[in-house]
Design a protein around this ligand. Structure first.
Ligand code: F6R
Length: 610
């Protein structure tokens, strides 16, 4: 999604803005631009493609100024062309924007009738025209920005810069996050704390409807009603170091490898030893009583939704607590009735996903309790929840979620065990067994990574396929979905995940020797049934890549095309550990194909539009 940076500084800002935009690259973008003010005049440079193009342009045609705004654009309205790149300038106003102005067509019509000629296809240009019109009518920049924002519908974050006003930026937030950074006689704007890393750690997150009038000495923040309000300034933990790749070729590779460490860290927050003997689960930094609920509704998007899918098995099988799961984009429009004693759980790595946030807002006041399982505790989803369960995965930069998924699972697994104990479904001994199983996860992950060298030759074969199927049963079914999602998003190979038993109800028609079938099946109670499904595939010339433990591989017998041996883990935690081969298959297939692993085409890290 688009990234916003703004600086009222003490030095030339263009290089600093460029650096901050680089920290936002992970969000996904297809063009970028910067506008600065120097001796009262506005200067603007924009380029399509990666930031290196903007950087080259600035070397050949530099711009001066100690005040400026910058933007990485992820195209929504209009192609990723130079004309559509931000900042948009109309007369003395420059604007950068994240999100969508829903009523831009009506505004465009109104402005066109007023004699305005549009130069771009963007919704953002209407904002610049509205502000310029207000200035032309004699309003001050502050009044013009406020009047402009008041005309807009939708979910957005905006930053304005005005010619002749070198000590002024205006920022507005409605729906899309925006943070203010406080320096020493310097002020910053960023679409997240990472944008501000290296410039300041003193950050204030604007609230819904806020408009901030920013000068080097500080900011005056108005709430949605126009009243001046105080917002907390926090010390944030984001630093430059966490966004480095280290020795790894890609962030995704680094994040896959971080999993044994961050899983340990997540576990240390949600499990502990009692009486020196029993292992026990708890609610991390929160307090929750699962006896207060009759059911859980879990809502999320993409990979986070698949984590909910796994958690449903756990909460229902281990804690006997009914769970409904749904993708956020469907849930909010279905307007489901909400019974009392419902715990609504929203799972999101970023904590900013627009659909998940909107679903949360739908449930607020209807569900008994709103809980967030998030990686960013300062995020909107966390801030609007009654209970927050951080996953402690650390900043995830690769667009394809890896370590956040496994940390979500660890936290949800621990909560399911806690729910089971609180509801009297398991005793201390059973709890100890389950928590001990969770505690084996980091070691098992490390074991998978030790055999990483097996993956590139396998993926060399997969990279030649046009279609790949993933199969799984029980809690491994969501893993089959996750394996397919990961593969298609970074390698661009068409992949589908199916419940193994569903194969013969349709997808088996696709099977021939050109379609690899990846079966994720630990040797658990369902294994024999999966073997039968594999026989059905092999009988039709299909090639099976079986991912199982030693016992499973042996029991599967002859005939599989390829095998990946997994450590022998408790079936309870198998979905967490089996995420790693799914990630490695996707990663090495993408590397073989030479696709952009960390920023796959058309995708964004934080999807802040519907
Ligand atoms: C896939 C992926 C996405 C996200 C989804 C939700 O690898 O990363 O499917 O899981 O966009 O994002 P969050 O978790 O930030 O709400």
């Amino acid at each position: 999604m688009c990234g916003i940076v703004g600086i009222l500084g003490d030095h030339e800002v263009a290089p600093i803005i460029l650096d901050a935009l680089k920290r936002l690259e992970y969000r996904g973008y297809d063009s970028a631009g910067i506008a600065t003010l120097h001796e009262g005049a506005m200067y603007r440079r924009r380029a399509t493609g990666k930031l290196v193009a903007l950087s080259d342009l600035l070397v050949n045609d530099p711009i001066r100024g100690k005040a400026g705004i910058g933007h990485t654009r992820w195209a929504t309205h209009g192609a990723p062309t130079l004309a559509n790149a931000h900042p948009h300038q109309v007369g003395p106003v420059a604007v950068v924007h994240n999100g969508i102005i829903e009523n831009f067509r009506a505004l465009r019509k109104e402005l066109t009738a007023d004699g305005v000629r549009f130069e771009t296809e963007t919704d953002t240009e209407t904002v610049a025209h509205l502000a310029a019109r207000e200035l032309a009518r004699g309003k001050s920049p502050e009044e013009a920005a406020a009047a402009t924002v008041a005309r807009l519908e939708g979910a957005f974050a905006l930053a304005f810069l005005f010619e002749g006003e070198e000590d002024l930026m205006i920022a507005a937030r409605r729906g899309s996050p925006l943070a203010l950074g406080y320096g020493v006689n310097e002020m910053f704007i960023g679409s997240d704390a990472l944008a501000l890393a290296g410039m300041t750690r003193r950050v204030c997150y604007l609230e819904e409807g806020d408009l901030a009038v920013i000068r080097r000495a500080g900011a005056v923040i108005h709430d949605a009603s126009g009243a001046v309000v105080e917002r907390d300034i926090l010390e944030v933990s984001a630093s430059n170091a966490v966004a480095e790749k280290g020795n790894h070729k890609h962030f995704m590779e680094k994040e896959i490898h971080e999993q044994p460490t961050v899983a340990t860290y997540a576990l240390s927050h949600y499990t502990h030893t009692v009486d020196g003997e029993h292992a026990s689960a708890h609610a991390g930094p929160a307090t929750v009583d699962f006896t207060a609920y009759d059911r859980i509704v879990m809502v999320a998007c993409g990979t986070a939704h698949l984590a909910c899918h796994v958690a449903k098995y756990w909460f229902e099988q281990v804690a006997r607590l009914p769970v409904e799961i749904e993708v956020a984009s469907e849930f909010r429009y279905r307007e489901p009735p909400v019974s009392p004693r419902t715990l609504a759980v929203f799972v999101s790595q970023s904590g900013e996903t627009a659909d998940t946030l909107a679903a949360l807002r739908y449930m607020a006041g209807k569900a008994e309790t709103i809980a967030a399982v998030v990686n960013v505790p300062e995020s909107s989803i966390a801030r609007e929840s009654d209970l927050v369960f951080p996953i402690f995965a650390g900043i995830e930069v690769g667009v394809a979620s890896t370590k956040a998924f496994t940390c979500q699972l660890i936290v949800l697994g621990a909560l399911a065990v806690l729910a089971a104990r609180q509801r009297g479904v398991i005793d201390r001994t059973q709890e100890t067994r389950l928590v001990s199983a969770l505690e084996t996860v980091p070691g098992a992950m490390a074991e998978v990574l030790r055999d990483e060298k097996l993956f590139p030759p396998l993926c060399w074969h997969l990279a030649k396929a046009d279609d790949i199927l993933f199969l799984g049963r029980g809690a491994m079914y969501p893993l089959a979905l996750e394996g397919a999602l990961k593969l298609k998003e970074i390698s661009y190979i068409h992949a589908e995940g199916y419940a193994s038993g569903e194969l013969k109800h349709g997808p088996i028609a696709l099977i021939d020797e050109s379609v690899p079938v990846i079966v994720m099946a630990p040797s658990d109670a369902l294994f024999e049934k999966t073997v039968s499904n594999m026989q059905e595939v092999m009988a039709r010339g299909g090639r099976i890549l079986l991912i199982s433990d030693a016992k499973g591989l042996q029991a599967a017998g002859e005939g599989t095309w390829q095998q990946i041996e997994m450590p022998d883990v408790d079936p309870f935690v198998a979905p967490i550990v089996y995420a790693l081969p799914a990630q490695l298959l996707a990663y090495y297939t993408a590397v073989t194909k030479g696709t952009d692993v960390d920023q796959p085409r058309n995708l964004a890290k934080s999807v802040t539009v519907e």
